[in-house]
Design a binder for this molecule. Structure first.
Ligand SMILES: [Zn+2]
Length: 166
């Protein structure tokens, strides 16, 4: 299991990561998988935020991180996004890690890691993820992508308790 990385968070990172976790709870209340994400610019401005919308939309790609990137990408320059941080309630999947790469976002902070999340996801095939770490994707990037996580694991875990057994 990966060790918690709270020590690497700056003073505002915790606030935004908790916002991502709150968005995950909001997603769950609406009948979606419990995931949330937001993108925060260098000056602390929230550029975009999104919840998972799998349940509401029927779109299997409606992950929170990908949706937040789709909102921010047309509105902000590559330079602005490279200076931004994406906060996600959980470790980005391989699809979202790819979208983070294409967006040029330079920093990623997540709550619960994929390994711990698998305990909640259970054994159903349609709930299993591809076992490739977001860092595996980021490490192949031609530009640097700083990645911090897992962090606030206990808080990020509460969104998933009892959410995957249906
Ligand atoms: Zn994803």
């Amino acid at each position: 299991m990966s060790l918690p990385e709270e020590a690497r968070l700056n003073e505002t990172d915790g606030i935004y990561l908790r916002r991502a976790i709150a968005l995950a709870d909001k997603a769950r209340e609406r009948g979606n998988r419990p995931f949330g994400a937001l993108i925060v610019g260098a000056g602390g401005k929230v550029l975009a935020e999104a919840t998972n919308a799998n349940g509401e939309s029927g779109d299997c790609t409606a992950h929170a991180e990908l949706s937040a990137i789709r909102l921010a990408s047309p509105l902000f320059t590559r330079e602005e996004l490279s200076a931004a941080t994406l906060y996600s309630s959980s470790e980005p999947c391989v699809m979202c890690a790819g979208a983070i790469f294409w967006s040029a976002i330079g920093r990623v902070i997540y709550g619960i890691d994929a390994e711990r999340l698998r305990v909640f996801r259970g054994e159903r095939l349609d709930q299993k993820d591809a076992e490739l770490s977001c860092r595996d994707v980021f490490n192949t990037s031609s530009h640097a992508i700083e990645c911090i996580g897992p962090a606030l694991i206990e808080e990020a875990s509460t969104s998933h308790q009892g959410a995957w057994k249906v």
